[in-house]
Write a protein that binds this ligand. Structure first.
Ligand SMILES: *Cc1c(COP(=O)(O)O)cnc(C)c1O
Length: 374
């Protein structure tokens, strides 16, 4: 089965991992700090805390932002569940705002209608790699005293109005899962320009451990001492994974260029095909295109999905609206709440897109899709 996404691993990646395995540090060593610097260089030059997944990054980010019971987090339903569930795990109420009809991105006009004094965070997702409208979201957040979070699991390397993802929100989270633009197998990162948020993120991802003697409450202990001031988890990423990440990020520009070329080829091949809509890109954005989401019209998405899978093409659907998940249904969220997101879900089909996809494979995907639609 041709997958919808997959990693691209080079001999340099393999060698980088091998070198760490032969060294002294499998985890909490110097390669972690090097990886965090490498992430910082491609995401606006801010503080970076690496961690074990994009899901962990979101959990860390909401904790570091102080999200707690009584708070509300406004987010998009057109995302992977972790964007919302990280906030729910912190005890916040998640408030879903609808997406723009064409991009599937969190719609600032819909956010405007649901924010209140309780809103602690507005969490956007750069769906398919396309950054959300952070100038508009930032203005709303500033007015109600909220922070903006960018779930950038899809969009490392993308830019918005000339600024890099990582530089667009108060806190940004990345995923380095194999289908994402760059991988550490499992992995993620939290990026922030705010030193205090960065410190809280770092401590939360290290069991809540305080290591700075200046801040110790116990002053009579020896040099071994470290102490816990608030609860945390062990979300540390290993040196082994970070070695892969450094090597991968050195090819981020290549990955982005290849994804852009494949996206352009799909756009060209599909532009006059009836019964579908190709993805749109705003003029002030440069997307690193994690997904190629086509819209299958006339209620035919299920049929097209099944027939393409049967032909050996691993198409995917991204995503079921988050509040349809039984865990949110059980909390009282009702279908129909965000009609644009529900329509988007009913029509969406992600075609294979990854750097090692060949032109021949892409053309085959197009032929099968056109054949199924005919
Ligand atoms: C992949 C993804 C995550 C979670 O990342 P993991 O590394 O798989 O835990 C979160 N949000 C979005 C939008 C994602 O696509």
């Amino acid at each position: 089965m041709l997958p919808y996404g997959r990693q691209s691993i080079s001999e340099e990646d393999v060698a980088a991992v091998g070198q760490v395995l032969r060294g002294d540090w499998l985890t909490t060593g110097p390669t972690v700090a090097e990886f965090e610097s490498a992430v910082s260089r491609v995401s606006g030059g801010h503080h970076v805390v690496s961690c074990t997944s994009g899901t962990a990054a979101l959990h860390i980010a909401y904790n570091a932002l102080g999200v707690a019971p009584g708070d509300e987090v406004v987010t998009t339903p057109m995302t992977f569940v972790a964007t919302a569930s990280g906030a729910s795990l912190c005890g916040a109420k998640v408030v879903f705002a609808d997406v723009e009809e064409d991009t599937g991105l969190l719609d600032p006009k819909a956010v405007e209608q649901v924010v209140s004094k309780k809103t602690k965070v507005i969490a956007a997702v750069d769906y398919a790699g396309h950054p959300a409208d952070y100038d508009a979201l930032g203005a709303i957040a500033a007015r109600v005293g909220a922070k903006v979070l960018d779930d950038a699991a899809h969009s490392i390397g993308s830019t918005y109005r000339g600024r890099a993802v990582g530089d667009l929100a108060d806190v940004t989270t990345f995923s380095f899962f194999p289908t994402k633009t760059a991988t550490t197998a499992e992995g993620g990162a939290v990026v922030t320009h705010d030193g205090e948020i960065a410190l809280r993120a770092r401590e939360f991802h290290m069991i809540g451990m305080v290591r700075d003697p200046e801040r110790f409450r116990m002053r009579d202990q020896g040099a071994w001492h470290q102490e816990v001031h608030s609860f945390g988890l062990n979300y540390r990423l290993s040196d082994v994974a970070c070695a892969l990440g450094i090597s991968q990020l050195s090819r981020l520009g290549q990955f982005k260029a290849r994804r852009a070329a494949l996206t352009a080829r799909y756009n060209e091949a599909l532009k006059d095909v009836e019964g579908i809509r190709t993805p749109v890109q705003r003029s002030d954005v440069d997307s690193s295109w994690h997904l190629y989401p086509v819209r299958i019209l006339d209620g035919r998405r299920r049929e097209v999905f099944d027939k393409m899978r049967r032909a050996g093409i691993g198409v995917q659907v991204n995503y079921i609206p988050v509040y349809w998940h039984p865990v949110y249904e059980d909390l009282g969220y009702k279908r129909g709440m965000c009609p644009n997101a529900e329509r988007f879900y009913e029509e969406e089909l992600s075609l294979p897109l990854f750097p090692d996809l060949t032109e021949d494979q892409l053309d085959w995907v197009v032929d099968v899709l056109v054949g199924v639609l005919r």
